[in-house]
Design a protein around this ligand. Sequence first.
Ligand code: SAM
Length: 308
Amino acid sequence: RSPTASEDPAVQQPQQKKVHAQVADHYNARPDVGVEKRKESTIFRMKSFNNWLKSVLIGRYARPRDRVLDVGVGKGGDLLKWSKAKIQYFIGCDIASKSIEQARERYRTMRNAPFEAHFHAMDCYSEPISNVVAPDIVFDMVSMQFCLHYSFETETKARMMLHNVTSQLKPGGVFIGTIPDAYWIVKKLKSESDDKLQIGNSIYSIRFERRDRFDKFGSKYWFHLEDAIDDCPEYLVHFPTFQKLAEEYGLELIYNKKFHQVYEEASQELDFNQLLYRMNVVSENGSLSADEWEAANVYLAFAFRKKN
Ligand code: SAM
């Protein structure tokens, strides 16, 4: 008897695919579009704002000649920011091998290769970084931008992520990142009528499978961000759990702000204010739409320092 569609392993396989493989496929499938094409995006201003915000974080914490580890480096979209921060050495890792190839290519075409850089395709939440990074390399900074939340699928993965962040970070070194703000997301969901499983607007949607229980790990939701993320599985990061776990790995929280707060503070500073214009967050033609502004505030930025 030939198998029916639901029994056919070839048919079942995509549904059974592990979440990390779905995430890697998702990012591998997204094309690396050039600057001009990027301007046509419906969320061009929001993407610019997110880039500005990462520049603020890097500007605040990176020091000239730093050695940097970027976990979840993606297509290397922050390479220019690191170059402006005058760092000396860079390692970028990501589970999406195509993104890693694109990051390598982006680095290769950077003018004057301002710092030494290496890129590795690896699952940073399931294997130790020492598989690809020589153990004698010590980092001054670790950065995880818009990617740490994927590790909150399980405590084991979150611990491996923290092991990788801290094992080669020098005492006094800084760990920066950006993640969706689980507290804000759940509060917003609970402000909706009892039967609603989704929040969002014309730019983004966050859809849960249940709303009666949110665990510390494995609290899955489906995230859609117009022109960026097509319904990808993600996990809530319960911040007090993250902070407590990070403390076990010798990290002390030194910064934790919603994106709107970061904007309110940093835009008062002349350099960062001018950067808003240079990075096209604001121009004479306008700025973020109200929906983009709400979507931007789904996120928070954090920094930890490794204790001596
Ligand atoms: N940090 C980059 C940026 O800010 O442009 C990319 C952010 S993108 C939204 C999230 C990245 O996390 C993707 O490149 C994805 O492949 C990566 N990622 C997800 N799970 C990962 C894992 N287990 N190990 C390494 N990278 C992972």
